[in-house]
Structures are given as C-alpha cells and as structure tokens.
Design a protein around this ligand. Structure first.
Ligand SMILES: Cc1cc2nc3c(=O)[nH]c(=O)nc-3n(C[C@H](O)[C@H](O)[C@H](O)COP(=O)(O)OP(=O)(O)OC[C@H]3O[C@@H](n4cnc5c(N)ncnc54)[C@H](O)[C@@H]3O)c2cc1C
Length: 464
C-alpha cells in the first residue's frame, strides 16, 4: 500500500516537473504557476488558502491576484453593514483552514432559529435545531471573514495586490498553458486559472463561457439596527412583504442586528435617503403592519391545518413576535443591486469558475457566499485527487467532476430561490394561497423540511 502511494506521488511529481520543463518561448518570458486564482474576494481568498494548505498540492506553485490594494485591516468598533449568514458546512471549512478561530475570537452572531413569514397570510415556518442548542448559522461580517482567511494564507502562496487582470487566453490547441495579462503589463502562465473575480467576471467573458443573467430591478438596502437590550437576539427574521419585497434581520449581538431589505429600486432610493426616525418607522411598519388578508386564503389554510392534524403531522409553526427596532447606526445605510446569473459551464480546458463568477443568486435565502464556499470544498477535493493521481490540474476529466457536482447542488438552489422570488412578487389570491399552503405543507412534512435544511446548510445530513 505504502509503495503504491509512494509510486503514485513520485509519478505525480515527475509529471508535474516534466510539464514545467517544456514551455514555449512566450511562457518562458513570463512567470509560470501551477494555479493562478483570479480575484481575492471572500471566495477567491478562501480557495487560494485552502489549496495552499492541501498536502496533496504541496509541490504546486499557487498565485493569488487581487485588483484592490492590500489594506491593514483592524476590527472597527462599529459593525460593518455587509455580513453573510454562514452555514455549518462552511464554518467547518473555515475551522479546517484555521480561519474560524480569528472570527470566533473577534465577533459573530449565532443564529439559533430562523423564522420566515408572509405578510399577506398567516403562513409561517421556522427552522431550528431540536433544543436550540446548536446554531443553524453564524452571522459574520464580510471584512472580518476576509481578514481571518488572509491571516491563514500559507507562506508558500504568492499574493499580488493591485494586480488587475486585463485579459486572459485559453491554451492553444497543442498546449496546456493559460496566459494571464495584468493592466501593469505583467504576464503569467499557468496550468489552471481559477476565475473568482465576481459577478462581472473578466475570466468568464475572456474564456468565452456562456452566461445567463437576469436583473431583478431590486436593490438590497442594508443597515445595522439597534434592538431593545432585554431581547434574546438569536433569531434570524424574514418577512415577505406585498409587492415582492422582503425584510431580513440577522442577529449580530444582544442588541444589534444587520438588515437586508430587498425592494424595488425606487423605493430603495427613498428608504436610503429618509431621516433616521422615518427610516426606523418604515422598518417597524414592514415588520409589524397588518395587511388585509383574503378570506379564501384563511379558510383554505384552516382546512389544510385540520387535515394535517387529522393525519397526526405537525401543524402550523409556533411563531414569535419580531423585535421592535429602536434605531439605526449612523452611516450604516447603503444599497446594492440584486441579480441572478449563471454560467452554463463552470469549466473549460485549464480554467474553472468559482463563486459569483459562476453563479449569482438573490440574497433571500442567504446563499451567495455559501454556494461559493461549497465550490471551494469541492474543487479542493477534485484538484487534490488529480494531483495525487499524477494528472494535470487543468485536465477536463477532473474539472468536469467539479462542474457536475456543483451544478447538481447550485442549479436546484438557484431555481428554488428564483421561484420563491417570483411566487412572492404577487398579491394575486390563488398564488398567495399556493405559497401559504405550500409553507404549511413543508412544515408538516418533516423529511421535506429536513431536505431543504440540509441543502441550505451545505451538509449532506442535518446534524442535530
Ligand atoms: C445585500 C446582499 C446581501 C447578501 N447576503 C448574503 C448572505 O447572507 N449570505 C451569503 O452567503 N451571501 C450573501 N450575499 C452574496 C455574497 O455577498 C456574494 O455571493 C459574495 O460576496 C461573492 O463573493 P466572491 O468572492 O465570489 O465575489 P466578489 O465578492 O465579487 O469578489 C471578487 C473579487 O475579485 C476581484 N476582481 C474582480 N475583477 C478582477 C480583475 N479583473 N483582476 C483581479 N481581481 C479582480 C475583486 O476586487 C474582488 O475582490 C449577499 C449579497 C448582497 C448584495
């Protein structure tokens, strides 16, 4: 067994050494890497760090290129308005690469329960662990996550900041190397280029990937909100509002929550400009206002509830009242455009797309960066295997494994989220009825609810 492993590794190193030796004159005039990671956002940096720490890739030269400046980040007193709800699988990933200790040692908000409810009916659903003992997610500031991962980047990994990629070229037919050119004039070649350069990915465009996109004409208004001190702030709240809006509150501390309010562009602009007291009133209104409800929907829900009880299934969720918002942190208000995007393929010869470069999703299920970090876990395994078996890192056979596994996960998630956005963008009674009874059904059918949770948590099985 040991001999087999040794000979595999020896062969792998030999192939990698040989493929490094024979380069064209153009490649020789530029610096060559086994892997170039394009884009050092949350996903690209975590990917580079994870690959750099993978023992199966320890003889590989890895370069991370990021267009922004290197900044000496220090945890500010005020919370950032850009946060992510990280699922348990990705917390595990960050633990594995040593980054989670920096986050846990600084600050993050555990979410012990999630409550989603509809303003147009009495439908509601909750997600939690049985005894509320383990968090279902953690709310982490994006800047803190990035800093925590950067601190764990191994010395072997090269990082170049202020290195905006201007163009890249796929391998010629008889060659294996991808060429990457920077605005500064520097040029690199690599066996594998990993495009982590976000929703407007240059790598995706330059490499000719087919991409579909949709603009929701919605903005996500974000802010850090003040809550009463005596409130046990461990619940993530999400209320679906008439006309396709939704408002989510994500717990940061005992008395602070981060808000994302998805609404049409005009309303978003109005909300961002409101004086603070009126802005807070608008949020409380969105959380508490009682809207007229259809008698037909109420009656159908009651009938369905009776049926559920008759079948001895769990009936309506026990819901809690959301907190009253007291104020909003100065300068924490901002808005971001929301859209959907998906590359038909995630891989080509010598190139793979990762994170928002491959898929962009509406934040109503808090899945954007979670899908990207799920890509990281998968790609790290696939590339480790390829190297261990002596295969080229840019070989399509291995990269296709990554594409298949991730599209099987990401596409259904994107369809569900897009479908929910559409289903909640109407006050048309039959559709309000459909979504309300649908929510009751998901709550009643425990295996279906568990399946949804395990998809969102990134774990194969829901851990209780
Ligand atoms: C309002 C809002 C709320 C959200 N909430 C959540 C949430 O709760 N949970 C969640 O999972 N997701 C959430 N998301 C989504 C999440 O923020 C994104 O999915 C995530 O930021 C994508 O990360 P990324 O690293 O793939 O891309 P990006 O963050 O876009 O990073 C791309 C990086 O590439 C660099 N770059 C770009 N072009 C070049 C180039 N030519 N050369 C070199 N470098 C380049 C950029 O400087 C950047 O650093 C939310 C999004 C919004 C808008």
């Amino acid at each position: 067994m040991l001999i087999k492993q040794f000979s595999r590794r020896y062969f792998a190193r030999k192939v990698s050494f040989m493929s490094r030796r024979f380069r064209s004159s153009e490649e020789l005039s530029s610096k060559h890497y086994d892997i170039v990671v394009a884009g050092g956002g949350m996903v690209g940096t975590t990917l580079a760090c994870t690959l750099g720490k993978n023992p199966k890739l320890d003889d590989k030269k890895i370069l991370l290129l990021e267009s922004s400046k290197e900044s000496q980040w220090k945890l500010p007193e005020d919370y950032s308005n850009r946060v992510s709800a990280l699922n348990p699988a990705n917390v595990e990933l960050l633990c594995d690469i040593g980054a989670w200790q920096h986050i846990a040692g600084a600050r993050c908000g555990p979410v012990k329960r999630m409550q989603v409810w509809d303003a147009m009916s009495d439908a509601a659903i909750t997600f939690d662990n049985d005894n509320l003992d383990k968090p279902v997610a953690y709310i982490v500031e994006n800047d803190l996550l990035l800093d925590a991962v950067r601190r764990e980047i191994p010395d072997s990994l090269e990082v170049v900041y202020q290195s905006k990629i201007q163009s890249c070229r796929p391998p010629e037919e008889d060659q294996d190397c991808v060429t990457v050119c920077l605005e500064s004039g520097a040029r690199y070649t690599c066996d594998l280029l990993l495009g982590c350069d976000g929703a407007n990915s240059l790598v995706r465009r330059a490499m000719g990937f087919h991409h579909i996109s949709h603009n929701y004409n919605h903005m996500g208004v974000v802010a850090t909100l003040k809550l009463p001190e005596d409130f046990d702030n461990v619940v993530a709240w999400q209320r679906h509002l008439p006309n396709s809006g939704f408002l989510a509150l994500l717990p940061l501390t005992q008395c602070l929550s981060s808000m994302v309010w998805s609404t049409n562009a005009e309303e978003a602009k109005r909300l961002v400009k409101l004086p603070e007291d009126q802005f807070v009133d608008a949020i409380n209104d969105a959380l508490w206002k009682v809207y007229p409800k259809s008698g037909l929907v109420n009656q159908a829900m009651q009938t369905f509830d009776n049926l559920i009880r008759f079948c001895n299934l769990p009936s309506s969720s026990v819901t809690q009242c959301p907190p009253k918002i007291l104020g909003c942190d100065v300068n924490s208000r901002a808005m971001f455009p929301l859209g959907l995007g998906h590359a038909t393929n995630y891989v080509g010869k010598g190139v793979a797309l990762v994170g928002d470069a491959a898929h962009r999703i509406h934040p109503l299920a808090g899945q954007g960066v979670n899908l990207g970090l799920g890509d990281v876990i998968c790609l790290n395994n696939v590339l480790g295997e390829a190297a261990y078996n002596g295969s080229k890192l840019g070989a399509l056979s291995y990269l296709k494994e990554y594409e298949t596994e991730r599209q099987r996960h990401n596409v259904p998630m994107m369809l569900v989220v897009h479908g929910l956005f559409q289903l909640y963008s109407t006050e048309f009674t039959p559709l309000v009825l459909l979504r309300s009874v649908g929510l009751q059904a998901v709550h009643a059918l425990a295996p279906l609810k568990k399946l949804l949770i395990s998809q969102a948590s990134g774990l194969r099985y829901w851990q209780t």
